[in-house]
Design a protein around this ligand. Structure first.
Ligand code: 5GP
Length: 179
């Protein structure tokens, strides 16, 4: 690995900002899902850190499952091509599904996933996304629990990668030059 080529990102959202917002979202979800059969469905890999923190901020009995979707190669622009790389480990029929996503960008991934999950007859389906880039939206997506709206910059950290790297940063940062 050429370590000299790995840039230090510029902080866009600090660890403290993420912690505070995740706590707020957790409290909101706790209020909304009391007496429901909640299952958090994390979209791998980008949502793993957000999901780990959000799950701990929800004070309710819940289940966790994961699926893998891939819409990016190593490039920083969405291709619009979505593929399942891993499916859920169990049925969600009759359960209240809360999809946990890192970022909604064009919305193509989420539109594909919502359509797919609908065929599995959940009692309800909502979306929690840490980030949203509305400037790039191609299909309308209602994000029920949104952490932050951000400008059209490529971001890394807190689960989000560039070419597999940066996922372990405790903050959200940028590595593009802002053009
Ligand atoms: P969409 O289908 O909404 O265009 O893209 C959703 C997926 O693209 C996200 O789950 C994420 O994996 C990837 N993505 C979109 N924008 C960014 C970004 O700024 N940074 C990173 N690391 N991934 C992104």
């Amino acid at each position: 690995m050429d370590r000299d080529a790995i840039k230090t990102p510029q902080v866009m959202l600090s660890q403290a900002q993420l912690t505070n917002r995740v706590a707020e979202l957790g409290a909101e979800i706790t209020r909304d899902y009391a007496a429901k059969d909640l299952v958090l469905v994390g979209v791998l890999k980008g949502s793993f850190m957000f999901m780990a923190d959000l799950a701990r901020a929800i004070d309710l009995p819940l289940r966790c499952d994961f699926l893998g979707l891939s819409s990016y190669g190593s490039s920083t622009k969405s291709t619009g091509v979505v593929a399942f790389t891993k499916d859920l480990s169990g049925p969600v029929e009759g359960r209240d599904v809360l999809i946990i996503e890192d970022i909604v960008d064009t919305g193509l991934t989420m539109a594909y996933l919502l359509k797919n999950l609908q065929t599995r007859k959940p009692a309800s389906t909502r979306i929690a996304s840490l980030l949203s880039k509305p400037a790039r939206r191609q299909v309308e997506i209602d994000v029920d629990y949104l952490g932050f709206t951000i400008e059209d910059r490529f971001v890394v950290g807190y689960g989000l990668d560039f070419d597999g790297l940066y996922r372990n940063l405790p903050y959200i940062g940028t590595i593009d030059d802002g053009d």
